[in-house]
Design a protein around this ligand. Structure first.
Ligand SMILES: [Zn+2]
Length: 494
């Protein structure tokens, strides 16, 4: 096996060089160059027309929304958007490409020179360059499985033909599989925040190919790279890269030569397989698409797109850490999706203490969800419910112990907090004389602690508050109780 063949000392002498190519389907209502619905899951070969099938005489018309989304993604990824870009034909034959070419962009892509920042162990953050972001159309799908005669036949579904894509090509700046994983995670998060794609890997709306080579540390030239294709999760990409790096080092260490080729990841076996040689690089005979004029993105159009740019995840996290006094991990949880972060912040703004809303959401609700293995969307307690709970706590109308009991009921009965609170309305003792009686009892029962308080240890007050709250079975009004404990203890100091 690989790991046995190459020792960690030898592995450490090499440096991997990784570049990623990510294809992302855009969430437009219609396709890139025709009016067909752009929808996943429709019956096979129903969303097609002469344009996306490339029938003779059919002419493409560019979808403006696709340009808007592509430009929005480009801006979110810190790219410079070119005012004039050119569509080109990429010619190749494949059964699921009836036109015999794909409309793409070649030497004048829509956008260039972007970057994504990823966390790096020793230097805080590392910038991974984005070489280019260009527009293109997707091909159809060959179905090799799932039919009774799949052993001998391949079926074609051309619904995907003409789906608008952006391809995002990174610089070969990535040095470890973990960095590749971070880059992809950030990229996906940014795209989700912009709303240009659902980035659903299972449905193929985000696909990633990785170029990987190794070289001796300090070497100037890159090694020969292999391309790993068709990996359908970020976790598998990390595994495929780990495998591929060791494989290439082993080939070199045993005197061989890394072949320039395309390799497929086999998740079941945890290894890559050679699919086809790339010795003779494909010649796609690119030429400018004669049926489409140059794409002009005017400064006015671009300014309008820029206005749609949302607050991006990294910036939002930094702001929320300050605003709600969160740690980095909690900020990550609250910004997991833009929709969730929006709902949280809208709710928090209504509460007396936004920070308390964050705390309840993360600790009380988050803890219960985790214990039951549920997602946030499955929580029985709505954001409004959490706001109500936070306010009641803030106003001292319920104790934190009572709140915990109410949340327990919410989760047991799958009911929102407002309903549970209205029904169960915990008894609260607000009668001053009743609370006073309890405080007196507690003070009488703990003479030693009273002495400590009188000797100047005023933090002892917390002890009495706790004891009295316990004696009241958690029902004493916390604000009132606090006030009375302090008053009584101070009275004893004179
Ligand atoms: Zn069509």
């Amino acid at each position: 096996m690989l790991s046995a063949a190459v020792s960690p000392e030898i592995l450490a002498r090499y440096e991997p060089v990784i570049g990623l190519e990510v294809h992302v389907q855009l969430l437009t209502a219609t396709k890139a160059f025709c009016g067909c619905a752009n929808k996943f899951g429709a019956a096979p070969n129903t969303n097609i027309c002469p344009v996306c099938l490339g029938l003779p005489g059919a002419l493409p018309v560019l979808n403006e929304k696709a340009v808007e989304f592509a430009a929005l993604a480009a801006l979110a990824l810190n790219c410079e958007v070119r005012e004039r870009s050119i569509f080109a034909r990429k010619n190749y034959f494949y059964p699921d490409l009836p036109k015999g070419y794909q409309i793409s962009q070649y030497d004048k892509p829509l956008a260039e020179h972007g970057f994504i920042e990823v966390p790096a162990a020793d230097v805080g953050t590392k910038r991974i360059g984005i070489t280019r972001l260009h527009m293109e159309e997707d091909a159809g799908k060959s179905l090799h499985e799932g039919f009774p005669d799949s052993a001998t036949r391949t079926y074609l579904d051309l619904n995907r033909c003409g789906t608008p894509l952006i391809e995002i090509v990174s610089e070969p700046d990535i040095r470890t599989p973990a960095e590749a994983f971070e880059y992809l995670t950030r990229l996906r998060e940014i795209l989700l925040y912009t709303g240009v794609s659902d980035c659903n890997m299972e449905e193929g709306s985000l696909r990633c190919d990785a170029n990987v080579s190794v070289r001796l540390k300090g070497a100037e030239r890159f090694g020969t790279k292999a391309e790993v294709k068709n990996v359908n999760s970020f976790r598998f990409i990390r595994m495929a890269l780990e495998y591929e790096i060791e494989r290439q080092i082993e080939v070199i260490e045993f005197g061989g030569r890394v072949a320039q080729e395309t390799r497929l990841w086999n998740a079941g076996e945890g290894r890559t397989y050679s699919m086809r040689s790339k010795e003779h690089a494909h010649d796609y005979r690119y030429f400018p698409e004669p049926d489409l004029p140059p794409l002009i993105v005017s400064p006015v159009f671009l300014a309008q797109v820029r206005q749609q740019l949302p607050e991006l995840p990294e910036v939002r996290r930094a702001r929320m850490i300050a605003a709600y006094e969160l740690n980095a991990k909690d900020a990550q949880t609250l910004t997991a999706s833009r929709e969730f972060a929006d709902r949280f912040e809208a709710a928090a703004a209504k509460a007396r203490s936004p920070r308390r809303v964050a705390n309840l959401l993360l600790s009380e609700i988050g803890g219960r969800l985790k214990a039951l293995d549920l997602e946030q969307e499955q929580s029985p307690v709505s954001m409004d419910g959490i706001v109500l709970a936070a306010d009641l706590l803030e106003e001292g109308k319920i104790s934190s112990k009572q709140l915990k009991q109410l949340f327990d009921i919410c989760f047991e009965k799958s009911e929102d907090f407002s309903a549970v609170y209205a029904r169960e309305k915990p008894e609260q003792i607000t009668d001053t004389s009743a609370i006073e009686a309890i405080v007196d009892q507690v003070i009488a029962a703990n003479p030693k602690q009273v002495e400590q308080y009188r000797a100047g240890k005023t933090t002892m007050a917390n002890f009495f508050v706790g004891q009295a709250m316990k004696a009241s079975k958690g029902q004493a009004n916390p604000a009132l109780l606090n006030e009375l404990v302090t008053k009584k203890l101070e009275g004893l100091r004179d």
